[in-house]
Write a protein that binds this ligand. Structure first.
Ligand code: PBG
Ligand code: ZN
Length: 327
């Protein structure tokens, strides 16, 4: 009895690099990548984040240096998080004209005309209790937060942000921000909504970087239950109806199924946020020599694109763009 000879031989299209290039379905480009940055008050500050090797809290002057590299490497943009000098009950530095993020946006906008600048629009770095809105009767006050998010988005737009990215998972946040921006003549500023954001343990290292750990309780009354997929579709639909220009899924790796499902139901651009814990895991294993860092990073980022992401927010962004250029 002879072994049948295969008619279909998929290996033919893997014979060499040139053929593999020809039939590749997904292409990762530096333009897909968005680099997060943490901005602190002061001058000449570059403070390492212990749980995120290679990530720093930087003062505005240093952020300009980092952004120069982002521009050179042709990244898609940067997203800014601010750590204010003073926190209070409502997070008022978030919308202050002299707030840390507004200062950073102005400096970066002045230095780089074409750089796409996203501002994370949330209050948790600015409140003294670390929640994403004011606390009333032991809970986070949704509708009061909407008002403050509107003001924050206006301040960020005034400073020169191209895109505001509300991340607090408040009901109605996209509509409130759209209304506030349009009311002040900022109809050209777009909204990337963290539409589908889960209450995730993967945010652990970020809390060191952004100093926004809740002083009591957790975020499970506003961020989503990791067990829910259908609810993600509801959240996404609401934000589309409210006028979101782009939608985000967060975290990344553990939620690629959600991204792929969303891709089926919307034609809006989709972003995925590969969060601090995902970054920390790769860095930790790479430091021990257990994985090949550049290959694992590029494979992971390619996976996000294959699953349906148009853009990827990742702490690897600048490094990954350098690797892509060297390929
Ligand atoms: C706060 C915010 C968080 C992240 C982005 N914006 C943390 C949180 O919700 O606790 C997480 C980013 C990361 O872990 O990399 N609204
Ligand atoms: Zn928040």
């Amino acid at each position: 009895m002879s072994t049948p000879i295969p008619i279909r031989r998929p290996r033919r299209l893997r014979i060499n690099g040139a053929i593999r290039d020809l039939v590749r379905e997904t292409h990762l480009d530096s333009r897909d990548l968005i680099q997060p940055m943490f901005i602190v008050p002061g001058q000449n500050i570059r403070k390492p984040v212990a749980s995120m090797p290679g990530v720093y809290q930087v003062s505005v002057d240093q952020a300009v240096l980092d952004a120069r590299r982002v521009v050179e490497l042709n990244l898609g943009g940067i997203i800014l998080f601010g750590i204010p000098a003073h926190k209070d009950e409502t997070g008022s530095e978030a919308w202050s004209d002299s707030g840390i993020i507004q200062q950073a946006i102005r400096a970066l906008r002045g230095a780089f005309g074409d750089l796409i600048i996203l501002a994370d629009t949330c209050l948790c770095e600015y409140t003294n209790h670390g929640h994403c809105g004011p606390v009333r009767h032991g809970g986070i006050a949704n509708d009061e937060t909407l008002e403050l998010l509107g003001q924050t988005a206006i301040a960020q737009a005034q400073a020169g942000a191209d895109i505001v990215a509300p991340s607090g998972m408040m009901d109605g946040m996209v509509a409130a921000i759209r209304d506030a921006l349009d009311g002040e003549g900022f109809s050209r500023v777009s909204i990337l909504s963290y539409a589908v954001k889960y209450a995730s343990a993967y945010y652990g290292p970020f809390r060191d970087a952004a100093e926004n750990t809740p002083s009591f309780g957790d975020r499970r009354t506003y961020q989503m239950d990791p067990a829910n997929r259908r609810e993600a579709m509801i959240e996404a639909q609401l934000d589309m109806d409210e006028g979101a220009d782009m939608l985000m899924v967060k975290p990344g790796l553990a939620y690629m199924d959600i991204l792929a499902s969303l891709r089926q139901v919307t034609d809006l651009p989709l972003a995925i946020y590969s969060v601090s814990g995902e970054y920390a895991m790769i860095k930790a294993a790479a430091e021990r020599g257990w994985i090949d860092e550049s290959r694992v990073v590029l494979e992971t980022l390619t996976g996000f694109k294959r699953a349906g992401a148009d853009m990827i927010l990742t702490y690897h962004a600048t490094q990954a763009a350098a690797w892509l250029r060297a390929q």
